[in-house]
Design a binder for this molecule. Structure first.
Ligand SMILES: Nc1nc2c(ncn2[C@@H]2O[C@H](COP(=O)(O)OP(=O)(O)OP(=O)(O)O)[C@@H](O)[C@H]2O)c(=O)[nH]1
Length: 317
């Protein structure tokens, strides 16, 4: 039989909050940990009904859990996501400021003929803080990443950096540089017919085939966004870029991926716009992308599944 004094000492030393309520939800025990983190001594709170003393707990999951314990004799571990700071608890001696993050469980028990419930509160601030930090770091890493998560080819960020770098080289050395912008035809219809998941699988197949068509180490195949892809082709003039684009278009068509009935072809196809660096007209990323985009739009307008070269370039050629 444990000595009452010893038992009291252990309760005082416990590194978690222990609150016992009787069947009428009156606080019969409020341990030292609760006192030092709330600023409310046991003598102040014991004898009070918990939800009268702390009205903000009314309507919360804790009230429900206490009810479940006292009425249905069932324990509850409060879900972390619902309310991480139910009690106004603070790191010892710092009442005010940010509340401690808490993990709370409620357990019923019977002593003699009386039903009670034990509320255990532990401080999970460190774990939650670490979780937040890790999530923040993961997000930062993703933002810094140069790889598209779905297709595994370069992402838009990588593409922007590569285009900038190659444009500076073209200016410096007078080298040629071309850009392809491509878009899967009637992809909305594909998604609508086969579902988004199969749409994602289709994007991955197309990306793999497209990236496989670019052979030179300096060429860059990227997912530009959604169902749009792009390629940076250094040391490549308009005529050669058009040839590349045509080969890519044919390769995608040859994959023979069944398209939705509403699409122009019964297999998945791509429209491609081509624009090339021109120090007098298309000398920066914005104008080069604008020209490629207009060419892509023209390809869509021409019936899709085709390649269109930026018109001024065409005229100059
Ligand atoms: N499955 C999937 N679909 C995407 C993704 N990104 C964009 N899309 C879909 O791609 C479709 C693009 O549709 P639109 O811009 O209307 O063009 P379209 O149907 O391809 O028609 P055209 O380009 O004119 O031939 C939209 O339905 C988008 O929801 C993605 O990551 N996965």
């Amino acid at each position: 039989m444990i000595h009452p004094k010893l038992f009291e000492r252990v309760l005082g030393l416990a590194n978690l909050g222990l609150v016992v309520l009787d069947a009428s939800q009156t606080i019969v025990l409020w341990n030292q940990w609760m006192a030092s983190h709330s600023g409310w001594s046991a003598s102040r709170v014991q004898g009070n009904e918990l939800f009268d003393l702390i009205p903000e707990l009314r309507g919360q999951r804790l009230e429900q859990a206490v009810h479940t314990a006292l009425v249905n004799n069932l324990p509850t571990q409060l879900p972390q996501a619902s309310n991480r700071t139910p009690f106004a608890l603070y790191p010892a001696g710092t009442w005010g400021g940010e509340r401690m993050e808490q993990s709370v469980s409620v357990t019923p028990f019977t002593e003699g003929k009386e039903r009670y419930c034990l509320i255990e509160v532990s401080d999970v601030s460190t774990t939650v803080g670490r979780e937040r930090q890790l999530r923040g770091q993961a997000e930062a890493l993703r933002a810094q990443s140069y790889v598209d998560g779905l297709t595994g080819i370069a992402n838009r960020r990588h593409f922007d950096v590569a285009l900038d770098r190659e444009l500076r080289r073209a200016h410096r050395n007078g080298n040629e540089l071309s850009l392809l912008l491509m878009d899967i035809d009637s992809f909305k219809a594909y998604n609508d017919h086969f579902g988004h998941q199969q749409g994602d699988a289709c994007l991955s197949l197309v990306a793999e085939a497209f990236a496989g068509m670019l052979q030179r180490p300096a060429d860059l195949a990227a997912r530009y966004g959604g169902e749009e892809f792009a390629a940076v082709l250094p040391d490549t003039g308009p005529a050669q870029a058009q040839q590349h684009a045509e080969a890519i278009r044919a390769r995608i068509a040859a994959l023979g991926i069944t398209h939705a009935p509403a699409a122009v072809r019964n297999h998945v196809t791509m429209s491609i716009g081509v624009a090339s660096f021109d120090k007098n007209r298309l000398a920066d990323a914005e104008s080069l992308l604008g020209a490629a985009d207009r060419a892509l739009y023209a390809a869509k307008h021409a019936g899709r599944d085709c390649v269109v070269v930026d018109s001024a370039q065409d005229a100059a050629a």
